[in-house]
Design a protein around this ligand. Structure first.
Ligand SMILES: [Ca+2]
Ligand SMILES: [Ca+2]
Length: 533
């Protein structure tokens, strides 16, 4: 049976077999003359170094034996065991197994088709990996590295598969373009990309490996889904290609150097540490934005809980899953801020939505506890339980604040800012001083629609003595010792209109101001030693 099998395997390669002796004769005739030889395995199970199993007999394929010879190798059946560590020019591999312990260096192209298996230990390196019409299985702990220009081509519509065991590693350090048939998959093991990985074609590919990117991943068409991994490289989708999409599933960690831009969905937990985030991002599960990360997106959609651990994030549009009074996603600002940049045309809608999301975050579940869905802050929620709350989540209109940059985020007159703030800090600079009083004074007696940035600190849409009282109670918070000379009385004196207004009961200014003065005196008493006489 074996001999018949071998006969068949060899018999199908008669033309190539016939060429070998001629090539070897040429080498023998011109020692030192560079000569490409083809060598074909005979389909049995045996050692690579057993020359009798190769058509290049008396030599097994290994560049330089004899001197000047390079080998284009074909394995189409059987199991070739790497008992040596050869270097060859190319390997055409289909329906065979390559096992053993030695390394194998392929200087040009490693072509894989049909059902092929790599096993054993040791490393296989190739310049170009060419996958087409194949399924490739890796076993044991063999590794495969592609350093040059590699391709995965779809010959027909049938999905193709790469299957690694948990102890196999594939590394791309060159440029690998993946154009597989739809619903193809790269499963198992470790997929390490330190080069450039390009997904092209309008098909979907699922990389269900531990995928780690320290290089560049570019989706130029179709969907690339990446299972869990740790990244310090760049991910992008081509702008202007609606079909191009990146999906991260499983737990993904993005460390220093990582960036994500384009149409990307984080379907499961993502830890975004020190990464640059832009484009159109969807955070559908627990997502944290940490460290020195920057988030400046055109669109941000939040499904699960997104936690901001950076001072500011900015997005053109913010979408939180759910609907008015029924939000199901959650933005946890912690002690930070989110800038939303609507156009003039959709500013009013964006503002109403943000107001509802903040209100829902404040009161959904336990009223006033800041534990609801929508927009909230776990920092403010913790502060609220102290019984002497000093923090809140504020919604500010930059038309009031007139910043061009807020904590480094570019803003304009249409920009809206939601931020965790100290009470009465109208301009969100972590201090309560005359700038805040200025804003309040500019909107004094506005009867409706006032935001935090207009001095409405109690959220009733009006700017009146209730708000002035809150300002007085928090006066000089966050201001260094030297500025304490700016007394509230002196500051208030700058705004005679505040004193001239007859305020309806119970908050008339006549009643208010003595209360304010009492507060200021009390603070002054505490700060006696620091004040010059
Ligand atoms: Ca302030
Ligand atoms: Ca008010």
């Amino acid at each position: 049976m074996l001999s018949l099998y071998v006969f068949r395997a060899r018999g199908s390669l008669n033309a190539k077999l016939a060429a070998i002796p001629l090539a070897l004769a040429a080498v023998a005739a011109f020692p030192g003359y560079a000569q490409a030889a083809s060598s074909i395995w005979n389909g049995t199970t045996g050692n690579w170094s057993d020359a009798s199993r190769w058509t290049s007999n008396p030599f097994f394929p290994n560049n330089g034996t004899p001197i000047g010879t390079t080998y284009d190798v074909t394995i189409s059946a059987g199991n070739v065991m790497r008992d040596v560590s050869p270097t060859i020019q190319s390997l055409t591999f289909f329906n065979g197994t390559l096992s053993g312990t030695g390394t194998l260096s392929i200087l040009s192209t490693f072509s894989v088709s049909q059902d092929s298996t790599l096993g054993g230990t040791g490393a296989i390196t190739t310049n170009a990996l060419a996958l087409a019409n194949f399924s490739l299985t890796m076993q044991d702990s063999v590794s495969l590295t592609a350093t040059g220009t590699s391709t995965w081509s779809a010959v027909d519509a049938f999905p193709q598969f790469v299957q690694l065991s948990p102890t196999n590693t594939f590394t791309n350090s060159g440029t690998f373009t993946l154009s597989p048939a739809d619903n193809s998959a790269w499963n198992g093991g470790i997929f390490s990309n330190s080069g450039t990985l390009i997904k092209s074609g309008n098909t979907s590919l699922f990389v269900a490996s531990n995928f780690n990117n320290s290089g560049t991943v570019s989706v130029q068409g179709g969907t690339l889904t990446l299972n869990f991994g740790t990244h310090s490289g760049a991910f992008s989708t081509s702008p202007g290609v609606p079909s191009a999409a990146l999906i991260f599933t499983g737990t993904n960690t993005f460390n220093a150097g990582a960036s994500v831009t384009g149409n990307a969905t984080f379907a499961d937990a993502a830890d975004l540490n020190n990464s640059v985030l832009s484009g159109s991002l969807n955070f559908m599960a627990a997502t944290t934005v940490n460290g020195t990360s920057t988030l400046n997106t055109s669109k941000l959609s939040i499904g699960g809980t997104t936690t901001l651990n950076i001072p500011v994030a900015s997005t053109g549009t913010l979408t939180i899953e759910g609907s008015t009074n029924a939000w199901t996603g959650q933005l946890d600002l912690k002690s930070n801020a989110m800038v939303v940049r609507p156009t003039a045309a959709n500013k009013a809608t964006a503002l109403a939505t943000l107001q509802n999301q903040v209100n829902f975050g404040h009161n959904n579940g336990t009223a006033g506890a800041w534990t609801g869905l929508g927009i909230t802050s776990s920092t403010v929620a913790a502060n609220a339980t102290t019984g002497a709350a000093t923090l809140t989540v504020a919604l500010a209109d930059n038309a009031d604040l007139k910043y061009t940059s807020f904590r480094g985020a570019t803003v304009d007159a249409n920009s809206l800012i939601v931020a965790t703030v100290h009470l009465a800090d109208a301009n969100l600079d972590n201090k309560v001083d005359s700038f805040d009083l200025n804003l309040l004074a500019a909107h004094w007696q506005q009867l409706s629609g006032a935001l935090w940035s207009a001095g409405d600190f109690n959220g009733d849409g009006r700017v009146d003595s209730f708000d002035l009282n809150i300002l007085a109670a928090n006066w000089q918070f966050g201001v260094g010792g030297g500025a304490l000379g700016a007394s509230f009385e002196a500051a208030l004196a700058q705004f005679p209109q505040l004193g001239a207004v007859a305020v309806p009961e119970p908050g008339s200014l006549a009643v208010l101001v003595p209360a304010v003065l009492w507060l200021v005196r009390r603070r002054r008493g505490r700060g006696e030693a620091a004040r010059p006489r």
